[in-house]
Ligand binder design. Structure first.
Ligand code: SAM
Ligand code: DTB
Ligand code: SF4
Length: 323
């Protein structure tokens, strides 16, 4: 899809855009079903990268306490708790620049095997990967790999200097070639322009296979990071971004990701209407707060939403493939 078409969609009158997105959503997905994904930071803080939004970068003075890689049993217990609260996907995040092929990686492979054997969709976000590491993760049963492009190629260097936009695309290519589903999206509220958001969606939609899931994060401005004083985004910009993502990537799951602490149930309802069909649930994202499971259960009851079963949108199973 050409960038000018994405721009035309993005700038439609808001409620028209939401209606259009809702129509696309109902054509490709079971309306009312929302994927519940739960996050766990398996290795926290001390990251050598300089991502301006991130509280885990070692170079910024934040409240995040550095923690080395968790033990497999503790991770599996957290996954069980998430599953018993309705989560069908479990995502493990590590504050690494890249994966190193050492005993820590072997331990992550064991975590992947364990979560996979519980019947959950298992996801990791560990930084850059080479093709061998991607293959090892696939062999261990990894279902999805999260690696966000975050913003437009042009804006990327304003946010991160320690790696390039192309580095991100290369890792995503390794993930795709290993047969792992790709989870890739970005953050709004970093000071980017609407054109940056449109360009980011254009990059995602132009991939040989578009990402299977697309997290749309709103910046969580954390004290001590260069972004701590960023102004909060007006809520309509989030709705606009979700709706445009839904139309441009019709078969992908669109995840209403970081930033839900600042949203009312009514605001989230508009995001679901605009095509969001996935959330991160559980009282913690990686290092910042998120609504409690119980609050989300109440929201689901109010809005008539139900949690989606694991593997219900598996592109590897022909009968589940979206057309
Ligand atoms: N280190 C790995 C990497 O960067 O790919 C994995 C973990 S990293 C924390 C995963 C993603 O979290 C980032 O790509 C970014 O999109 C998101 N993120 C980090 N800090 C955030 C913040 N303060 N607000 C919103 N999203 C954030
Ligand atoms: C994604 O797109 N958002 C999640 C997950 N993928 C790894 C991370 C959000 C992190 C928000 C800041 C924090 O809690 O540290
Ligand atoms: Fe490190 Fe990932 Fe945070 Fe960047 S986003 S500083 S790579 S943990």
């Amino acid at each position: 899809m050409e960038k000018s078409i994405i721009a035309e969609i993005y700038h439609r009158p808001l409620l028209q855009l939401v209606l259009d997105a809702a129509r696309v959503h109902s054509q490709h997905h079971t309306t009312g079903e929302v994927q519940i994904s739960s996050l766990l930071s398996i290795k926290t803080g001390g990251c050598p990268e300089d991502c301006a939004y991130c509280p885990q970068a070692a170079r910024y003075q934040t409240d995040v306490k550095v923690q080395k890689l968790m033990q497999v049993d503790d991770v599996l217990e957290a996954a069980k708790n998430a599953q018993s609260n309705g989560a069908s996907r479990f995502c493990m995040g590590a504050a690494w620049r890249e994966v190193r092929s050492n005993s820590d990686f072997d331990r992550v492979l064991n975590m992947v095997k364990g979560v996979n054997s519980m019947g959950m969709e298992v996801c990791c976000t560990l930084g850059m990967l080479n093709s061998e590491q991607a293959q090892k993760l696939a062999d261990a049963g990894l279902y999805a790999y999260n690696h966000n492009i975050d913003t437009s190629e042009e804006n990327y260097k304003e946010i991160i200097s320690t790696r390039s936009f192309d580095d991100r695309l290369t890792t995503l290519e390794h993930v795709r070639k290993a047969g792992i589903t790709m989870c890739s999206g970005g953050i709004i509220g970093l000071g980017e322009t609407p054109e940056d958001r449109i360009a980011m969606l254009h990059t995602l939609a132009s991939m040989p296979v578009p990402p299977h899931s697309v997290p749309i994060n709103t910046l969580v401005a954390v004290e001590g990071t260069p972004m701590e004083h960023m102004q909060k985004l007006p809520f309509d910009e989030l709705v606009r971004m979700i709706a445009t993502t839904r139309i441009v990537l019709p078969t992908s799951d669109v995840r209403l990701s970081a930033g839900r602490m600042d949203l009312s149930v009514a605001e989230q309802a508009l995001c679901f209407l605009a095509g969001a069909n996935s959330i991160f649930a559980g009282d913690q994202l990686l290092t910042t707060p998120n609504p409690e499971f119980d609050a989300d259960k109440a929201m689901f009851a109010t809005l008539g939403l139900s949690p989606r079963a694991a593997f219900a949108n598996d592109p590897r199973v022909p009968s589940a493939a979206q057309v």
